[in-house]
Design a binder for this molecule. Structure first.
Ligand code: GLN
Ligand code: ZN
Length: 763
């Protein structure tokens, strides 16, 4: 029985890769120095895996920027605009700099080379670079990194198992430039995959892992056919000594059982964490030679696994398959932090519940021990450890939270009155002009503000002084907004480092790590909070700041909260209760905050849900269920208020046509959304749906330093008013302004206010 792994995080336990990349981009270190850091990390991670008993070490999972981009390079599909040209005008070979140009773009304004598009990798928080494919395009091997890595691993004494995204998933994730069917590129693509397999075989590789996470989705007959065609083709043309492990993950592939079980591959990897029933289904249809790689340790989370229970479940199959059963994480460990070794501040009770990437390998080793070893005392120790951990966890449950959840009634999820009634009560109370102007929440997080926070964290600044300085910033922010002439103000969020962590810090049942970083894209990492227990609010989280800001002006200042769905998606959540239950627990904590804000005299409360859409399951058939509980959690957080308290929400992605029913069901009084880059065409969905509540379509793109003119804004809002009754419209930027400077923000918002005046005369 082999232990195997699908991929290891590359960023480094101290984020070494991040820092080296950023130094390289700033021109502070040479490419050799960057590559040296990469080589050290690869060697270290291979070594850890080998020490944990992983026999086939994944190689090709390491990428300086993005593994999907590396594959695009390997296949020679990097767009021309990203390729460097020599003095004679010839295109230079792809190297690391080519990849960085593709990922990050190059130059400014007129000479600017746009980066490739980046988007979420399936339902994870990892973002990949989207390949741009053209009709009739050809492929060839054009980048050697993965072959070099194979050699490097071999030289260090390992047996590498190269890992590549499979041809169908690669095509699926790519974008077709122009109007053609991406699948028309499958045949030429397969020719290059054949060549790649040939190269691996020449290097002495015996197993290659082809990842087809697209199998977790529902596929049209054409895409199913592409799977069959690909794996038949590769089986017919591969060197005999090379074995293919077809890996699926991020979801069950039970719905593709008949398709997948007929593929002539030598091994199949299943994500059993997402659906353990696949085990019986697929093990019964294995051929006598096929290997089953059982993905039993969750590669997407941070919790220690119940390996005693997993062992019980696997035992019958382990006896049957013997060495044809491999033990693996459910997916690449890319989505987990690297190692618990660096954590020194965690409580003992939380620490024992955790397993990061390195510890997950040990879990696999222990699991193998439980299944194959005769050392009963060691086995008993492992079992005892699991049982103790479970009973400790159960003992930590917060009964109040559970009781509160059971007492919820349908009314807890509903505002008192319908929107029509509420909005008239709100108009009466707030007395806002037509087309009210507002912003999304944050104002520039200047170097000075970040400096304050840093000095406070390191103890150079007392809490009192920190507070006093932030009050100054908030006061200044209010004064500037008053001078600009906005109608609904915000306090500016100067005190917040991050929109999830800031709240999570005051929630019971949520913990934090020092080094629990996970790659989001390129050198960007996130450090999600850990929701380990029942969630409740420790104390009011924002009321003081909201009241302070409101005390400075007669105009309404919005209370600013992060919504339950976003807090959940941007955290690592426990797995012993359903996600919807966790969402409701968080919702109750936010609801308490909403109630306190209202009580304190705040008349508008914004509950941001930028990650609302991120929780969508891969399978469309599961969307409705997701929408149901996500909408319910939002409403639970918001519905506590009186009719005349106005609830806003904000979402910053640009796709609503598949979710408009859910967005409307959230029943926020006002929603602010990103629309400026689409020239308001996004509102078509809202128009068609006859979206009933108020909408603030963003009138300018906060990601760009450009300042919108009054005319630009008037034109956009006029277009908006053709789609949505003007009485429902607000005017605001696309998103929060924390990444901009005051020099950009002030003139832009002045123009927003000026445009509102022009428009009010018009309507
Ligand atoms: N209120 C937050 C801000 O303005 C919202 C950010 C977001 O949704 N991404 O920064
Ligand atoms: Zn936003």
């Amino acid at each position: 029985m082999k232990i195997t792994n699908l991929g290891f995080p590359r960023i480094g336990s101290q984020r070494e890769l991040k820092f080296a990349l950023e130094q390289y981009w700033r021109g502070e270190i040479s490419q050799e120095a960057l590559v040296a850091v990469g080589n050290t990390l690869k060697a270290r991670h291979w070594q850890w895996q080998a020490e944990a008993g992983v026999e086939l070490i994944p190689v090709g999972d390491f990428a300086y920027y993005d593994h999907v981009l590396d594959l695009t390079a390997t296949l020679n599909a990097i767009p021309k605009r990203h390729r460097a040209v020599d003095d004679l005008g010839n295109i230079k070979p792809i190297d690391l700099d080519t990849l960085f140009t593709a990922a990050r773009g190059k130059g400014h304004s007129a000479q600017q080379v746009c980066a490739a598009k980046m988007t979420k990798f399936f339902n994870t928080n990892y973002h990949y670079q989207v390949a741009e494919l053209h009709e009739g395009q050809t492929f060839s091997i054009a980048y050697e990194q993965i072959f070099d890595d194979v050699t490097q691993a071999q030289q260090l004494g390992h047996t590498p198992k190269p890992v590549l995204l499979g041809p169908v998933t690669f095509l699926h994730l790519s974008t077709a430039v122009g109007d053609f069917d991406k699948l028309s590129l499958l045949t030429p693509l397969l020719t290059v995959y054949q060549q790649i397999l040939q190269r691996f075989a020449e290097q002495g590789v015996t197993w290659v892992q082809l990842d087809e996470p697209v199998l977790a989705a529902e596929l049209s007959p054409q895409w199913q056919q592409a799977i069959t065609q690909s794996y038949t083709n590769l089986a017919d043309n591969k060197p005999a000594e090379l074995n293919i492990l077809l890996a699926s993950y991020y979801g069950s592939i039970a719905h593709h059982h008949s398709l997948v079980s007929q593929l002539p591959v030598q091994g199949l990897h299943l994500d059993l964490v997402s659906d353990s029933s696949q085990l019986d289904l697929f093990s019964n249809s294995l051929t006598a030679e096929q290997v089953l790689s059982a993905g039993v340790i969750n590669g997407r989370n941070v919790w220690a696994a119940d390996i005693d229970l997993i062992a019980q479940q696997l035992k019958p199959l382990a006896d049957k398959l013997a060495d044809r059963l491999w033990l693996a994480p459910s997916c690449s460990l890319l989505h987990t932090p690297v190692s618990l070794d660096s954590e020194t501040q965690l409580s003992a009770s939380l620490y024992e519940q955790l397993a990061f990437a390195k510890q997950k390998l040990t879990e696999l080793q222990d699991l193998k021990g439980l299944l194959t070893s005769n050392d009963h005392s060691t086995k008993q120790q492992i079992i005892n450890r699991c049982q103790t951990r479970r009973s400790n966890k159960a003992a930590n449950a917060d009964k109040h939270v559970a009781t509160r959840l059971t007492k919820l009634t349908p009314d807890s999820f509903q505002r008192q009155s319908c929107f029509e009634q509420r909005i008239s009560a709100q108009h009466q109370k707030l007395n806002l002009p037509l087309l009210p102007t507002t912003t999304i929440g944050s104002f520039p997080q200047t170097a000075a503000i970040r400096g304050l926070r840093k000095r406070w964290r390191t103890g150079d600044l007392s809490s009192q002084e920190y507070q006093r300085q932030l009050e100054q910033v908030t006061k200044d922010t209010i004064e500037r907004q008053l001078k600009i002439g906005l109608d609904v103000l915000v306090h500016g969020e100067a005190e917040r480092n991050d929109m999830v962590e800031y709240f999570a810090q005051d929630l019971n049942g949520v913990g934090f790590t020092d080094f629990g970083w996970v790659q989001s894209y390129g050198s960007r990492c996130v450090k999600p909070p850990l929701i380990f227990g029942d969630v409740s609010r420790e104390k009011p989280m924002t009321v003081e700041w909201a009241c302070y800001a409101q005390s400075l002006t007669e105009k309404p200042v919005k209370g600013m909260l992060t919504g339950p769905v976003t807090i959940l998606h941007w955290s690592f959540a426990r797995e012993d209760i359903p996600r919807e239950q966790i969402a409701n627990q968080i919702a109750l904590a936010i609801r308490d905050e909403v109630a306190d804000l209202e009580q304190a005299g705040i008349s508008i409360i914004q509950i941001d849900e930028p990650a609302f859409r991120e929780g969508l399951p891969i399978k469309q058939s599961q969307w409705q269920h997701y929408f149901d509980w996500a909408v319910a959690a939002f409403k639970l957080s918001a519905s506590v208020v009186q009719d005349n308290t106005q609830i806003h929400t904000h979402m910053c992605y640009s796709e609503f046509n598949d979710s408009i029913t859910a967005i409307a069901a959230m029943d926020a009084d006002v929603i602010t959304i990103e629309t400026s880059r689409s020239q308001m065409t996004l509102l078509d969905t809202f128009e068609y749906f006859q979206y009933p509540n108020d909408i603030g379509p963003g009138v300018y793109d906060i990601h760009s330093p450009n300042i919108p003119s009054v005319d630009d804004i008037v034109t956009l809002m006029t277009r908006a008013a053709e789609k949505i009754p003007v009485k429902q419209l607000w005017i605001n930027p696309d998103c929060g302004l924390k990444t901009r400077t005051w020099d950009e923000v002030e003139p832009a918002l002045k123009n927003v206010v000026e445009a509102a005046k022009v428009l009010r005369r018009q309507y």
